[in-house]
Design a protein around this ligand. Structure first.
Ligand SMILES: Cc1cc2nc3c(=O)[nH]c(=O)nc-3n(C[C@H](O)[C@H](O)[C@H](O)COP(=O)(O)OP(=O)(O)OC[C@H]3O[C@@H](n4cnc5c(N)ncnc54)[C@H](O)[C@@H]3O)c2cc1C
Length: 441
């Protein structure tokens, strides 16, 4: 029991944004009862469904999140319950002293160019969800029996997509990639992946570690035109930025030594190119790109265009949240309307639904801790009924809520189904997770 044992908080979303709020509450409001509500039976958001399957070390942050739940009786996981579908915000408001919205921003931004509705055009969230067994995207069925694919963007997500499309089954044997995705990638006739960046090598949005991986792929070469790489760093750049950028440019220089076609697949990194139209009939046949240049930090169109034949386009240009009834929404930014994290009395926002889809897992930590400080300082008045009232609601509505113990059973089934050295064979649907769980009862 702690000072805050008469208070309760619902966190909607168990990704990093929500989990760091839970951790902050454990530290700063001892005894406060915390329900972490997620629409999926499986917790931890993009750690499971976004982070690349060949980055298992990054995914291991889930062990810390799990500890926050298993080691603290005051924290519960309430999976398979969705805000907006199973429970309304006004209802959560009547149950808990505070509600934290941390339900992420998983809807892909649009390019806003003609042809975007053609077959085989995907946003990165959908594509990444497909190879990561996310129940929303397991049936995406991208056609990889193609020659060329275009990836729009050169941030880390774009690099993840290009890299996973280039990996062999041997390279992926230690991962939890969906079997159907690995089979399809391995069997694919895909030869060339064109990555297009609107700006130049000095502005590339990826990090050096991710970029370096592109130089050591077993069955793919990554090529860059050396003539676009700067010989020197700009004078006006501050020293810290110069150091970071110089490393990335050095990696581009290393990549520029490779030759297209040396291996089964080639990833072509093209700078100063922005898409203006996706070409073809119902299906994608190519992409029209416009040359750009960067002047005084601004990206400017030159009017010069060129076409690249390709049969698939994957846009990696960020994502937005969804509006949920009763929650003020900023349609332009694609996030929940808030002031420093306060949405309305007793309602707060954290993670990507608050800040938009930027930054790393760690970026969420500082931010979630700051929102938790606000939330605690706002506690006032009589305590609300808390988790028991949530249990009654779940029971009255006949919802099959998944507790953390239930999740551990599902997780165990996934681990047992894996073929070594793969860590787990994921269930790809909510139904199969629940069936697996129910069969053990
Ligand atoms: C493809 C990709 C790869 C990435 N790789 C890395 C990486 O390698 N390293 C790194 O540092 N960062 C990486 N990131 C960034 C990192 O994943 C994010 O910073 C982080 O996941 C954002 O956390 P979040 O909690 O706001 O959202 P999310 O992680 O998206 O979590 C949101 C949660 O809310 C739940 N939810 C959604 N709607 C509802 C609802 N209506 N009711 C209840 N629950 C709901 C979802 O099921 C989900 O569990 C990556 C991002 C992407 C997109």
């Amino acid at each position: 029991m702690g000072e805050f044992s008469n208070r309760s908080v619902a966190i909607v979303g168990s990704g990093p944004g929500g989990m760091y709020v839970a951790q902050a509450l454990l530290e700063k409001a001892p005894g406060c009862r915390v329900d972490i509500i997620d629409r999926l039976p499986s917790p931890f958001g993009l750690i499971r469904g976004g982070v690349a399957p060949d980055h298992q070390k990054t995914k291991r942050v889930d062990q810390k999140y799990a500890q926050s739940i298993t080691e603290n009786e005051s924290v519960r996981y309430v999976g398979n319950v969705a805000l907006g579908r199973d429970v309304g915000l006004d209802e959560l408001n009547q149950i808990y002293d505070a509600v934290v919205l941390a339900y992420g921003a998983p809807y892909d931004n649009k390019l806003g160019i003609p042809g975007e509705d053609k077959e085989n055009v995907y946003g990165s969230n959908a594509f990444v969800g497909w190879y990561n067994c996310h129940p929303d995207f397991k049936d995406l069925g991208p056609n990889l029996e193609i020659g060329n694919a275009a990836v729009i963007g050169i941030g880390n997500v774009a690099i993840d997509v290009a890299r996973v499309l280039s990996r062999t089954p041997a390279e992926m044997s230690t991962t939890d990639i969906a079997d159907y995705a690995m089979d399809s990638i391995e069997a694919a006739s895909l030869k060339n992946i064109y990555m297009f960046a609107r700006r130049g090598p000095l502005e590339a949005a990826c990090t050096n570690n991710e970029l370096k991986e592109m130089g050591v792929l077993e069955a793919a070469t990554t090529v860059v035109d050396p003539s676009v790489l700067p010989a020197e760093m700009p004078e006006e750049m501050d020293d810290r930025e110069k150091k970071v950028r110089a490393r990335i440019v050095d990696t581009f220089k290393e990549l520029s030594q490779a030759k297209a076609g040396e291996k089964r697949r080639t990833v072509h990194i093209e700078f100063f190119a922005s898409p203006t139209e996706i070409l073809g009939g119902d299906k994608v046949e190519g992409i029209r790109m416009e040359r750009t240049k960067v002047e005084n930090g601004r990206c400017i169109s030159t009017g010069e265009t060129f076409d690249i034949p390709c049969e698939m386009v994957i846009t990696c240009i960020g994502s937005r949240a969804e509006p949920i009834e009763g929650i003020p929404f900023n349609d332009r930014s694609g996030i929940v309307e808030h002031e420093e994290g306060r949405v309305s009395p007793g309602v707060y926002a954290a993670g990507w639904v608050k800040r938009g889809a930027t930054g790393t897992i760690g970026t969420n930590r500082l931010d979630s801790y700051a929102v938790t400080d606000l939330l605690i300082s706002d506690f006032a008045g009589d305590p609300m009924p808390g988790p028991n009232a949530m249990d009654s609601l779940v029971c009255d509505r006949d919802l099959q809520a998944v507790s953390f113990e239930d999740w551990l059973v599902i997780k165990d089934l996934e681990e047992k189904a894996a073929i070594e050295p793969s860590p787990r064979k994921k269930f790809c649907t909510v139904e199969s997770m629940l069936e697996g769980l129910n069969a053990t009862r």
